[in-house]
Design a protein around this ligand. Structure first.
Ligand code: NAP
Ligand code: ZN
Length: 353
């Protein structure tokens, strides 16, 4: 079995450290990718520290689902990729392929429960107990789950598009963000900064909600028409009943009512942040009066992820990143919790060697 260098979490309480993992041999439908860059998502941290009760972590854990690299080898049946191509892998590496959701390329909602996530999912190939993600020098993935990276995108800044980008693009498209619509993005982190850029690019009036007044200038530079400091009640009140759509990327549980109150009649608050603890239940009358919706959304399907990459390439959109060597990952996790990142850490995988 081929082996690969990786950075792994040995347990919920130990720092990540260097190790060696196994990868399956490249099969006829597989693409073997030499990983150049891997973004650091807050989900990596939730998983490394076993914070999601619904999805317990199996150790050792290799996080990382914002992967960009070069094709090292393509199996005999592979048609869309050849050695040397720039390629990417996001949050999923397999699904049943035949259920209604998979048939619509909504593999993240596979109805047979067979979505295989890039890390911490049972490995259908049984090479390893669970799938191992992108904090590694290479990965082997079925061609159907490999994305093409347009050559005009900077590969390091494109990596976060594979999760942060698609997780915002998908609900923005589904709830029809565009000209004439007013969209709020809550939280200026990895997901949030992509939300501001994408909502603006789609033509919606875009408002950023952040806890810190110091992020106001930044929010506008990234494409927000206005910035609201969420701790300031007067600023919040001034926006009451005015939004078609609000997408919350907040990574901790919080009171949803102040945001639901900002929705127009028939407006929707979409939760994409996945905190460790549940949000307190919102006030029912706040939903009833105004026929408002509270919704959730998970990443995006493979076809939509490709559409998003092509859209970003066309519009010159990528992530604002801080490139780090893999040895700085534990420090990066601490800084993520302090909100000290502009706006995505990306691991330069050369540092593994
Ligand atoms: P991140 O970079 O840490 O950003 C989270 C943002 O939330 C922070 O920048 C901060 O924005 C805001 N925030 C943090 N603590 C807060 C608090 N106590 N009160 C209010 N706001 C707070 O994380 P990320 O990588 O963008 O991920 C965000 C969440 O989305 C995570 O829970 C992650 O697991 C989840 N996620 C979900 C999906 C999905 O498919 N649904 C996909 C990927 C990630 P301000 O400082 O501007 O207030
Ligand atoms: Zn992610």
């Amino acid at each position: 079995m081929p082996s690969a260098r990786a950075f792994v979490a040995p347990s919920a309480s130990e720092p990540l450290s260097a190790s060696t993992i196994e990868r399956r041999a490249t099969g006829p439908n597989d693409v073997e990718i030499e990983i150049l860059f891997c973004g650091v998502c807050h989900s990596d941290l939730h998983t490394a520290r076993d914070e999601w009760e619904v999805w317990p972590t199996v150790y050792p854990c290799v996080p990382g689902h914002e992967i960009v690299g070069r094709v090292r080898k393509a199996g005999g049946n592979v048609r869309s990729f050849k050695e040397g191509d720039l390629a990417a892998v996001g949050c999923m590496v397999d699904s049943c392929g035949t259920c209604p959701s998979c048939s619509e390329s909504l593999e993240q909602y596979c109805e047979t429960g067979s979505t295989v996530f890039t890390y911490n999912s049972p490995d259908p190939h049984e090479t390893t107990p669970v799938t191992y993600g992108g904090y590694s020098e290479s990965i082997v993935v079925d061609e159907r789950f490999v994305l093409r990276v347009p050559e005009n995108l900077d590969p390091a800044a494109a990596a976060p598009l594979l999760c942060a980008g698609i997780t915002l693009y998908s609900p923005l498209r589904h709830w029809q963000a565009g000209p004439g619509k007013k969209v709020g993005i809550v939280g200026l982190g990895g997901l949030g900064h992509m939300g501001v850029k994408l909502s603006h690019a789609l033509g919606a009036e875009t408002v950023l909600f952040t806890r810190s007044a110091t992020k106001a200038e930044e929010g506008k530079r990234l494409g927000a028409d206005a910035v609201v400091v969420s701790k300031n009640d007067d600023e919040m009140q001034a926006q009451a009943g005015s939004f078609d759509l609000i997408v919350s990327t907040v990574a901790v549980s919080h009171n949803l009512d102040p945001y639901i109150s900002l929705l127009k009649r028939d407006g929707t608050l979409v939760l994409v942040g996945a905190p460790e603890h549940p949000h307190p239940s919102p006030t029912v009358f706040n939903l009833i009066l105004g026929r408002r919706s509270l919704a959730g959304s998970a990443i995006g399907g493979i076809a939509e992820t490709q559409e998003m990459l092509d859209f970003c390439a066309e519009r010159g959109i990528a992530s604002d990143i801080e490139l780090i060597p893999v040895q700085k990952i534990n420090d990066a996790y601490s800084r993520l919790l302090q909100g000290d990142v502009k706006y995505r850490f990306v691991i330069d995988m050369k540092s593994l060697q």
